[in-house]
Design a protein around this ligand. Structure first.
Ligand SMILES: CC(=O)N[C@H](C=O)[C@@H](O)[C@H](O)[C@H](O)COP(=O)(O)O
Length: 240
């Protein structure tokens, strides 16, 4: 295992720079600029999807990259579909593009058995010379991934499987559960909107915290403000 990278990233903020083709910042140039901004803000690492974006980011910033390769089905069901680096081929493509860590969906969705996840991890570990981060949604999935030889566990998919806790906030309970069951590094990810939430995750034992939408999706940030205004207007109507 690449111990020094794990040590280097301990306590650091990972900034996820991602945009789909229906978002205004879609494209490798935009993603690279987002990564430069994250570096200016002293992020420890970048999370990015697809080989072309990872290549562009690696050219612009000298930070470690958590690479994923989202393979989208024609119609995408966020709760049910496994899209994050689902095949060895997809993982190899992001590793070859320069990802230092490859993140992989290790949930038990789509009829996957624990043995199927163990086999998947073994395949990735055997063929790729990078750290593998298992993205999970429950403690049970974390336990399977740890047994399967994952180098890092991540709470990325908590709240996005039919059977995990659906919360507005980050899943702090899952961070605690994972820290109790393994000594592997735990990346906390999903629905972090404020710096104090990031601090709380570190206090609970997280190794790194990844923030995406609250930093790199301007339309989501804008909506937080406009929704606050809408709530105020609603309140005013009630008290009139
Ligand atoms: C569940 C899933 O597919 N999450 C994706 C994983 O890459 C991204 O859409 C998230 O933006 C990322 O995990 C960061 O989370 P947040 O944007 O909440 O800070």
């Amino acid at each position: 295992m690449n111990k020094s990278l794990i040590e280097q990233l301990q306590g650091g903020l990972v900034v996820s720079c991602q945009a789909f083709d229906y978002e205004p910042f879609y494209g490798a140039d935009f993603m690279a600029k987002m990564a430069v901004s994250a570096k200016l803000g002293e992020a420890a690492a970048i999370r990015a999807s697809w080989p072309e974006n990872i290549r562009a980011i690696k050219k612009e910033v000298d930070l470690p990259v958590f690479g994923i390769n989202k393979i989208m089905p024609k119609t995408y069901d966020k709760l049910r579909d496994v899209i994050i680096t689902p095949t060895l081929e997809s993982a190899r493509a992001v590793a070859e593009a320069g990802a230092d860590i490859v993140a992989v969906d290790c949930t038990l969705r789509q009829g996957r058995t624990p043995q199927a996840v163990l086999d998947l991890l073994q395949e990735y570990k055997t063929h790729l010379n990078v750290l593998i981060m298992a993205e999970i949604s429950t403690a049970e999935e974390g336990e399977i991934a740890a047994e399967g030889g994952a180098d890092i566990l991540s709470t990325t998919i908590a709240g996005y499987t039919p059977y995990s806790r659906h919360l507005e906030e980050p899943d702090y309970q899952l961070i605690e559960e994972l820290c109790a069951l393994t000594s592997l590094p735990i990346n906390a990810e999903g629905r972090f909107h404020h710096p104090d939430q990031v601090v709380k995750a570190f206090q609970l034992g997280a190794w790194t915290v990844t923030v995406g939408s609250a930093i790199t999706r301007p339309h989501c940030i804008t909506r937080e403000f406009t929704q606050a205004i809408a709530r105020l207007k609603e309140q005013e109507k009630i008290t009139e």
